[in-house]
Structures are given as C-alpha cells and as structure tokens.
Design a protein around this ligand. Sequence first.
Ligand SMILES: [Zn+2]
Ligand SMILES: [Zn+2]
Length: 330
Amino acid sequence: MRAIGLDFEHRSLTETSLPPPTEPRSGEVLLRVHEVGICATDRELAKFRFGLPPEGESFLALGHEALAQVEVGDGRWAKGDWVAPMIRRSCTPACSHCAQGRRDLCQTGAYLERGINRAHGYLMPFTLDTSAELLAVPESLLDVAALAEPLSVVEKAVETALRAHPMEPKSAVVAGAGPVGILTALLLQLRGLAVTVVSLEPEDHPRVQLLRRSGAVYRRGRQPEKADLVFEAAGGALHLLDWLAPCGVLMLIGAAEEDMPLPPLRMLVDNLTVAGTVNAGRAHFQQAIEDLALIPRHLLAAMLERRSLDEWRGSFEGSPLIPKIVHRLD
Ligand SMILES: [Zn+2]
Ligand SMILES: [Zn+2]
C-alpha cells in the first residue's frame, strides 16, 4: 500500500510501501481515505523542522486534513459513512484535560498527532482509526469537507477571541491571507464582524479576489484601522498590538519564533488581551462542519485545488496560488 511521508533515516520526503492495515480491533474502524489537504504544517514537516515517526519506526506518513469513508465499521459507524478524523490523540496516562476530551489543551505535551507527531497520517489509501475520534460529514458537504480540520482550528481561535473580549466586538483584522487567514476572515464575517485582511499578495492575486468577493476589505502591507480583534495568521506578530482598539484581543494562530514586546502600561490602560491557541476540541470540529454549510459555497470552493496523489511532490514546495491543495486518493 503506497504512503507519502518522511523517511527519518535518510531525512527525505518520499513515497514508500506500507503493509495494508489489519482487521480493526474493538473501538476501531477501517477507513478508505478519499481526500487529504496539505497545509503549511506539512511543508514545515517536509523540511524536518519538527515531527516524529511512530515509536520503533523510521517513517511517518504525512497528511492530517482528511476526508474518509468507513470501510469496516463497528457499533458506532456503518460501512459507507463519511467521516473526518480529529488529529490530536491523548497523552498516556491521560492528563486531566486529555481525560476530559480536550487533547487540544493537553497539559503534558506528550500527545500524539496523526501525520505530525508519533502517529501515521492519512496520505495512504486505507488506515485504521479510533472510532471515537471521527466526526460525521454529511454528503452535502463532501466537496468542501477537506476544510473541516483547518476550519476547526479557526473555530477555536474565533471562539476564544470572542470570549476574551469584554464587550461585543464589531471589527476584526486578520494578518495573513493563507488558508487559515482566509478561513478566519470568512468565519468572522459569518459571525457578523467587519473584517479587514492585511497581507503581501498583490491586488490581482486569486486569494485577494476571493477575500474581496467575501466582503472583506484588503490592505496590501498597510496598517489597517484599529480593530476590536486582531488575528495573527502570518507567522509574525510584531506591531500587531498597535492595530488593537481599546479592550481589543490579539489572537496568535500562526507560529512565530520571534519575541514580541508587550507594552505593560498600554495593555493595562487599554484593557488589552493577548492569547494563543492551537488545535481544536471536538465541539470546535463539530462547529466547523456546521459552518461549512453556512459559509458561501463558492468562496470555499475557490479555496481548493484538487490533485491526484501522483502529483504529491510539488504540493510540499512553496506557497500555492490557490490556498489549499487537496490530494485525491481514489
Ligand atoms: Zn494542517
Ligand atoms: Zn494530555
């Protein structure tokens, strides 16, 4: 069975052959993988910036944004059911947050993540999965379901920011026009906020046109008007505090190595909040599936470019014109 992933022995991104999965055990189902989205995390993994193979192995199959169909079910799932898997799995023994199902808030950092950290991903035609880690995908959403996982991360960020703001936020700025930035802009508009996106793409770039069609304002590399919420989705948070109106919340969702100076007096006087968030809980994932039905479909469809699995190598290089490459495995 073919699989795309990382060979840690030779430090290369490669295609390999894995033995097909065994019969599912109790609590497991066998999945046929149909689609896998590729994101910046995969491109970082391909540079061996982070990621680990399963214990005792030297290969890690990539792919963590999957749409699959149950091939061999259990009491919970029937053959043919469409599902999207959650990525992060509990640390062992489970910390109190993992034990309550909030692996996204794991206290030990010893969690597994399929396709990232000590567990194989989904860039292979069949895989076993834990029955309880799957969410049902309605057939009406199959064309955009590859966005459920990245949108679940955005759901958590938006929910956290709305909760952290002491009043009712009306405006938001999103820094970055990658898939996460665009999904953030779409979701914030669905929640009724006026959204400005700041990024470096030229005006005629397809991502900018998509954002404009959604109703967002686009500013190329220019400081926007101050906003109630600012989302950092570009991997650099310097100066973003300057974009916050009083009582504002800065949410960090892009990974940045740089230090960020925090002005204590202004934060205090203006009641500012800075928060970070990663991954998503089950409720966020469920909300993402529900919101995929509510965000205008033509905007979501414009985010996606489908490719065959044979074209995998190019998907791990550079930044694609269309935000999200999705590999079909069937
Ligand atoms: Zn991803
Ligand atoms: Zn934990």
